[in-house]
Design a protein around this ligand. Structure first.
Ligand code: KG4
Ligand code: ZN
Length: 324
């Protein structure tokens, strides 16, 4: 099956062709543009998407030596995400599907992050727990089988990546904060400063990271002299331990055979290492498929059966994979 996929849910413009198991992909990061504002300005992100979408589609097809007529499906992220960004991808995909007369598949962005694992692993045992940790999401889902999801926990306020980004900002580090904090943390002592592990010891699978961010804000105000590397290592450890602890409990409670990880924060080396100590096999995509990319959207599309009616679906910034 040949799938052309488009991902524009936030600040990465990505187009991929999944031809069997072969990926041809182009991704443009807007990080440099958003560094100036310390975060994503939605209208700016949308304009950046518009500039690259059509050229990327042309170049990906060219590089893969595939003609539009040879495509089986067009897949596009329809949510969740920033509405201005989602609209660019959805309307580009709709126009292509209309012009080329191809079936269109709206794909959930979270399902994409999880499906990134199927790009490289064919033999994942189920049932499984999926952990999605990104700039916009922190979710635990129970998956009886591929493509089926039950949301068991989500963040009540900030996402894990957002917490990394906001703590970095407080500490005077650049955007995006996750890589900046993890770079600093490499030379720091994780046990020097103990930051809160919100909801860690409560029976819920929900997360809450806004208190951690506030704790870092006050700590930095009161102790500006504290070595940055140690503070970063402490922040990272609080996040890693909280995410690990909740996931470990989900594995036990749901008695699953595997954990599938996805999302930009899964690029964090300390988190990857800690998750590997869980009692079941843990699957984490390579770095390029952790952060937003279109190949993962194609992989999720492969699990879907029926296309959407061309003009009947819309970009949905709040599309939940399941209702609790
Ligand atoms: O999945 P993603 O590319 O976009 C969203 O869907 O949100 O995730 C971006 C998030 C950002 O918050 C960024 O700080 C975080 O992933 N991130 C990291 C690392 N690399 C990216 N967080 C911690 N450690 C990293 N190495
Ligand atoms: Zn994402």
């Amino acid at each position: 099956m040949r799938i052309l996929a488009i991902e524009t849910s936030c600040d990465e413009s990505s187009v991929a062709l999944l031809d069997g198991d072969v990926v041809t992909q182009l991704t443009a990061s807007q990080i440099d543009v958003h560094k100036a504002t310390g975060g994503v300005v939605p209208e700016v992100a949308a304009r950046e998407h518009v500039a690259v979408m059509v050229p990327f589609v042309q170049r990906v097809l060219e590089q893969a030596s595939v003609q539009p007529q040879e495509l089986d499906r067009i897949a596009v992220t329809a949510g969740p995400g920033l509405i201005t960004s989602l609209l660019v991808g959805v309307e580009t995909a709709r126009a292509l599907a209309y012009g080329w007369n191809k079936p269109i598949f709206p794909v959930n962005h979270i399902a994409g992050h999880i499906a990134a694992n199927f790009l490289i692993n064919k033999d994942i045992p189920f049932p499984a727990i999926a952990l999605v940790v990104s700039g916009g999401h922190t979710e635990l889902l129970y998956m009886p089988k591929p493509g089926e999801y039950e949301l068991i926990g989500a963040t009540r306020d900030d996402a894990a990546g957002e917490c990394f980004d906001k703590c970095a900002r407080v500490l005077g580090l650049p955007y995006p904060g996750g890589p900046a904090i993890s770079e600093q943390a490499k030379t720091g002592a994780a046990t020097q400063y103990l930051f809160p592990r919100p909801l860690l010891n409560q029976p819920t699978f929900d997360f809450s990271f806004s208190g951690l961010k506030t704790a870092v804000l006050y700590f930095h105000r009161d102790h500006p002299e504290a070595p940055l590397a140690d503070v970063c290592a402490g922040v990272q450890e609080a996040l890693v331990q909280t995410i690990y602890g909740k996931t470990a409990r989900a594995v036990k409670t749901y008695n699953v055979k595997a954990v599938l990880v996805g999302g930009g924060v899964a690029a964090n080396a300390a988190l990857r290492e800690r998750l590997q100590t869980l009692s079941v096999p843990v699957f984490i995509p390579p770095l390029e498929y952790c952060t937003d990319n279109a190949a993962m959207i194609a992989a999720a599309c492969r699990l879907q059966n029926a296309p959407a009616k061309l003009f009947s679906f819309r970009a949905d910034p709040n599309w939940e994979l399941t209702i609790r």
